[in-house]
Write a protein that binds this ligand. Structure first.
Ligand SMILES: *Cc1c(COP(=O)(O)O)cnc(C)c1O
Length: 530
């Protein structure tokens, strides 16, 4: 494989044996332009603009910068505006996005982001406010936050909310810190164990461990669900909480959730629900009715807002009445006609709030609040319910059409919620792995589904189409999945092991990229010392 000195593969579409799959004189493939790095394009000794030379001062031959004068070239690639523009536009054209095609990443809820959301978030009154403005100058913004809070509490039947967490994992941390604060307040600080099913998203045990809890794993059944009996088995007087995802990461509703909540409460512990999969049940089920004490939303999943392309997340947490006093600053409080954000203890002296601290410097992801509330208001409660129903219907359509071709992790008759889980049993004996299958999908122009998660099934492939996809788009996806399945079963393993071949680069060393990332360009002479 040809590499530049920074370790970047320089030849497009090389096969693992070093041969080219298809070559052109330019390295370009039609409109897919082969694009070097900025530093390979530009010369560090030239600049895109010519400025007049600075006048030298008279004495000591020094410039007016004194000691700060640059002694060596700045080390940036000198490119003109059109060259720079082309570079970034070409890179942007290599992106895959929800606006390009179906993005079936399970657990991520990659749905269409209505342009109306963007229009609202970009209104000058929304976009140009500053977090340090006095509250009296932004009553509209506080009202918007209060309305969003109202919708989120209403949809879950919960009594308090912390809006500020900046993503799902941050929301988990917030909810678990509220639980810890509640135990400490009650003199129960000996409780040092958090129960987490082995089907959980990795952020759950990580959150518990980060704030000093020991994680006790609860085994999932073969369909990924957790039984009340296994929770009972794991419970003792040192358990502080359980963290449970519903529907779970296999796309299955936890049928014994009410019983589990009762057991947890009887044992003096709290029930944290990971709400990342709320898209399956919004408008249908209120987690507060199931006995949940704390749950985060991923506004960037359930309520659109652009994520996946690096857009910001937002992870508000709703809390039950018992946890409400421990909600962090800032929290919303009504004072007659107006709402205000309570920022510190001086603002609520003498009441029974015991905030555990604060999660963020300011108030959270304001732009995401605007987008999520726009999404909610344009759907209405009935529309949100229909979105959930359509998401579940779409996943089950995929499940039913692929049943008999690919292998369903929990059996042929198991109806799923918003995502459908396959394992790699259908690839047995073909020499094709889950990873190979996913790479072949890229050649077909599809973003692969989530692979190798959840860990409880072998070679997992988790497909979440969301409600955004039309039947036509699902049919196209299904057609390709069936065709690839046939190819694998016919023994064309070479087709898979060499994939992807139509992308600018073939298969990369993903482990190397994760473990030894080369994150910045170094001039040649620094390379040798690094
Ligand atoms: C996405 C997800 C998370 C983490 O949310 P982030 O917003 O990525 O931090 C946690 N749990 C589950 C089940 C998820 O799908």
């Amino acid at each position: 494989m040809s590499m530049n000195r920074q370790g970047r593969q320089t030849q497009p579409n090389e096969k693992s044996d070093g041969s080219q799959t298809q070559s052109t004189h330019s390295g370009n493939r039609g409109l897919q332009i082969e694009e070097p790095l900025l530093f390979e394009l530009g010369d560090t000794t030239t600049t895109g603009v010519d400025l007049p030379k600075l006048p030298d001062s008279d004495h000591d031959n020094a410039t007016r910068f004194g000691d700060l004068a640059r002694s060596e070239p700045i080390g940036l690639a000198g490119l003109s505006e059109p060259e720079t523009m082309r570079h970034y536009v070409r890179l942007s054209q290599k992106n895959y996005s929800i606006d390009t095609g179906i993005y079936p990443l399970g657990s991520c809820t990659m749905k269409h982001n209505p342009r109306l959301n963007e229009k609202m978030a970009r209104l000058p009154g929304m976009m140009d406010i500053h977090p340090l403005q006095p509250q009296s100058t932004v009553p509209g913004a506080i009202e918007l936050m209060e309305e969003l809070a109202h919708w989120l509490m209403e949809l879950t039947n919960m009594q308090a909310i912390a809006l500020s967490p900046k993503a799902g994992a941050h929301g988990e941390l917030c909810g678990m810190m509220a639980i810890k604060a509640a135990h400490e307040h009650a003199g129960d600080s000996h409780r040092n164990i958090v129960l987490v099913p082995d089907s959980a998203h990795g952020t759950n045990p990580a959150t518990a461990a980060l704030i000093g809890y020991k994680v006790r794993s609860v085994p999932a059944q073969s369909d990924g669900t957790v039984t009340a009996a296994s929770v009972k088995e794991a419970l003792d007087e040192n358990v502080a909480a359980i963290m449970l995802t519903n529907p779970n990461t296999g796309g299955v509703f936890e049928r014994e959730i009410v019983e589990i909540a009762e057991l947890i409460h009887e044992a003096g512990a709290y029930f944290y629900c990971d709400g990342a999969n709320f898209n399956a049940i919004a408008g249908k089920v209120r987690p507060g009715d199931l006995g949940v004490d704390a749950m985060h939303f991923n506004l960037h999943k359930t309520f659109s807002t652009p994520h996946g392309g690096g857009g910001p997340g937002s992870g508000p947490v709703v809390l039950s009445r018992r946890l409400a006093p421990f909600a962090p600053y800032p929290f919303l409080q009504r004072e007659g006609e107006t709402a205000k954000l309570v920022e510190n203890s001086a603002d609520h002296a003498g009441d029974d709030h015991h905030p555990f601290g604060r999660m963020t410097a300011f108030h959270g992801q304001w732009g995401m609040y605007t987008r999520a509330l726009t999404y909610m208001r344009s759907h209405g409660v009935d529309g949100l319910r229909q979105a959930s129903e359509d998401a579940v219907l779409n996943a089950n359509y995929v499940r039913a059409c692929l049943s008999g071709h690919m292998s369903l992790a929990f059996g042929e008759d198991h109806i799923c919620m918003h995502e459908v889980l396959f394992d790699d049993a259908f690839l047995k004996g073909t020499g094709v792995t889950t990873l190979d299958f996913a790479k072949a999908m890229i050649d077909e122009g599809f973003h692969p589904m989530t692979v190798y998660f959840p860990l409880i099934v072998h070679g997992a492939m988790l497909v979440e189409p969301t409600e955004s996809e039309s039947k036509a788009s699902l049919d196209q996806f299904i057609h390709v999945m069936i065709a690839l399945t046939k190819q694998a079963k016919e023994g064309q393993s070479e087709h898979f092991s060499s994939a992807p071949v139509f992308t600018p680069r073939g298969r990369l060393d993903e482990t190397g990229a994760a473990r030894k990332p080369i994150l910045r360009w170094l001039p040649e002479k620094e390379m040798s010392t690094e």
